[in-house]
Ligand binder design. Sequence first.
Ligand SMILES: Nc1nc2c(ncn2[C@@H]2O[C@H](COP(=O)(O)OP(=O)(O)OP(=O)(O)O)[C@@H](O)[C@H]2O)c(=O)[nH]1
Ligand SMILES: [Mg+2]
Length: 230
Amino acid sequence: CEEEIQSVCEGFSNEAAQSITSSLELSIQTRIFKIIVIGDSNVGKTCLTFRFTGGSFPDKTEATIGVDFREKAVEIEGETIKVQVWDTAGQERFRKSMVEHYYRNVHAVVFVYDVTKMASFRNLQTWIEECNGHRVSASVPRVLVGNKCDLVDQIQVPSNMALKFADSHNMLLFETSAKDPRESQNVDSIFMSLACRLKAQKSLLYRDVEREDGRVRLTQETETKSNCPC
Ligand SMILES: Nc1nc2c(ncn2[C@@H]2O[C@H](COP(=O)(O)OP(=O)(O)OP(=O)(O)O)[C@@H](O)[C@H]2O)c(=O)[nH]1
Ligand SMILES: [Mg+2]
């Protein structure tokens, strides 16, 4: 790594090189938490990940093809952590070749259903089976998200039914809306609660950083200072 840093700094003034070195060192030390977002097409996975990483609701979305990556640096108890969100495709034809990649070295899983579509709730069982089928360890935290709560007069999935399902699968339940700006903090807490739990499992993640991130990366994400919500 030191050699890589030196080669990056060649040709820069001392001051610039020093600043690059400290940025690179910080980047190398930063832990990355890989969180995948899974569920039927159209439930709002892209909008939820966009709300968390970009802070807004996208004007227009198209069906995700394969996977979209979004990252956000967050600060938890003085440590900067990079939350890497894998926004996966819900449509079978757009996900086939990618499924193995979704689950490889995953640190946490977010299952999403649409509170206005009972079928998307019923299909959760299939998504959970797919996840289990890819040998995702039971120690990998999972949460359940019921999205589109702003559509209050169209709700088909009662909260108590969702809660029972979440309990039986040892998951926390979040009912929220990617669209309603008043819910943005609730959307943040989906990912922040997972990041807090992962931070507590210290050992696994430095190893993953070394393995996946042998290359040096400089990023320009916004940093969110936040206290642990859990
Ligand atoms: N009312 C409402 N609409 C939403 C909300 N979240 C997403 N939508 C809408 O639902 C549609 C699908 O949203 P996406 O985020 O693209 O869905 P997706 O789960 O990523 O779909 P795939 O990429 O095909 O798997 C879009 O028209 C969004 O505008 C929400 O919280 N409330
Ligand atoms: Mg999508």
